[in-house]
Design a protein around this ligand. Structure first.
Ligand SMILES: [Fe+2]
Length: 405
């Protein structure tokens, strides 16, 4: 008999703690069973899934909480000899042919019935915005985000719902972004390095030493970074260390709102932008990143599409010749819309501000500089998986009043 079989509360296949949700009854059939709760919520479970999720006995490893069962080991002989409920209302199954007895925590089963195991659970839905509905990005205090999981949860929820948040009053120390990243997840490296500088000095405009338009005094129209990658970086964090330059205001546009506008008012443009491909190309000595994809890239998934919109690296049309003219026309209108004051926020980043945004949804830009002066930002990328993982953990801990493991 394993420890789990004698424990008052069954272990679960994860590290969360569950409140009891006593099961009302179960109905067994040849392939599995139905679980019913008193409020009529129910859950269908296949017998193989139940056997895989047995704690121990070749099912879930109690140490790692990962599954140990190679699907090749699944056998038609694995049958439920009996299934019933414990006094606490947990599910209990006796298995043939090996006589294993499994218990399944009622609260763990209930969280599946409620859909809390799905990727979109514990994170907010995207909330589309325009300049009218979001005149300024939400702001959160840097010290609070570093020290308090509630503040971190608020900030990550801003990022996932609105796609943008300014973390303010951060120390103007180079490398501070690594401390912020330590709260969220691993930094994503690129050919610009894990932590990169954006130094705009009007005197630099046209200087051949820089390898990106970002490091010049030119205007940078609304764009997203690194469309040259199969999956562009999920989130971008730009820390303002110095901003003494005249002009150079930051801009943000919600690409998800642009897509909705296009679908409503310009469905032909949406069709072209989401199906016709361009080849994006990072040029540099020893560097040859390329990817071919539409400007509005569904990436084969659900949710907000990825906007590939960095015109400095959009190199070649990858479509039938007769589509190129209409694709340019749609592109022109798309960029005009992205720069339209109805959709575009304009604000000035001050020293200590960290502009955080969804790099695959939000288009960011910079107005031209109107006078002399220094502006120094540092940036990092963190992928969407990391932001989502931490958001789920802190949101779930907050909702259930437990600490994050
Ligand atoms: Fe950028």
């Amino acid at each position: 008999m394993s420890d789990d079989e004698t424990a008052a509360v069954p272990l679960t296949p994860d590290f969360y703690q569950y409140l009891a949700a006593p099961i009302d009854r179960v109905e067994q059939d040849a392939q599995g069973l139905w679980i019913f709760w008193p409020d009529a919520l129910r859950l269908r479970c296949h017998r193989f899934w139940l056997r895989e999720n047995t704690m121990g006995h070749g099912g879930i490893d109690p140490a790692t909480r990962e599954g140990l069962m190679d699907p090749a080991e699944l056998s038609d002989a694995m049958q439920m000899t009996s299934c019933d409920l414990t006094e606490a209302g947990d599910l209990q199954i006796l298995w043939a042919p090996d006589g294993v007895r499994s218990r399944y925590h009622s609260g763990w089963l209930r969280h599946i019935a409620e859909g809390q195991h799905r990727p979109q659970s514990w994170v907010p839905e995207p909330l589309l915005w325009t300049a009218a509905s979001l005149p300024q990005p939400p702001r959160r205090n840097a010290r609070a985000v570093l020290n308090d999981n509630r503040a971190l949860s608020d900030m990550l929820n801003d990022l996932l719902a609105r796609g943008v948040c300014v973390v303010e009053q951060a120390p103007c120390e180079p490398g501070f972004l690594n401390r912020l990243a330590a709260r969220i997840g691993p930094v994503r490296d690129s050919n610009f390095g894990p932590l990169w500088d954006v130094k705009a000095d009007v005197k630099l405009a046209g200087d051949a030493k820089t390898n990106t338009t970002a490091n010049t005094g030119f205007r940078l129209g609304p764009h997203t970074d690194l469309p040259t990658r199969e999956i562009p970086p999920g989130f971008q964090f730009l820390h303002c260390l110095i901003n003494e330059a005249d002009g150079g205001e930051s801009t943000l546009t919600d690409g998800a709102a642009l897509i909705e506008e296009l679908k409503t008012t310009r469905p032909d443009d949406y069709e072209i932008l989401s199906t016709r491909r361009w080849i994006f190309f990072n040029r540099g000595p020893g560097i040859d990143h390329r990817f071919s994809a539409p400007i509005i890239d569904l990436l084969g998934g659900e949710g907000v599409p990825t906007i590939r919109a960095f015109y400095p690296v959009r190199a070649f049309p990858d479509m039938a010749d007769e589509d190129v003219g209409p694709a340019y026309a749609a592109l022109r209108r798309f960029y005009q819309l992205a720069d339209d004051p109805r959709f575009e926020l304009t604000f000035r980043l001050g020293p200590g501000d960290i502009m955080c945004f969804d790099n695959r949804r939000i288009l960011h830009g910079r107005k031209a500089f109107s006078g002399s002066g220094q502006r120094h930002l540092q940036g990092i990328y963190i992928d969407r998986d990391e932001v989502l993982s931490t958001a789920r953990a802190v949101n779930r801990a907050r909702a259930t009043l437990t600490d994050v493991a």
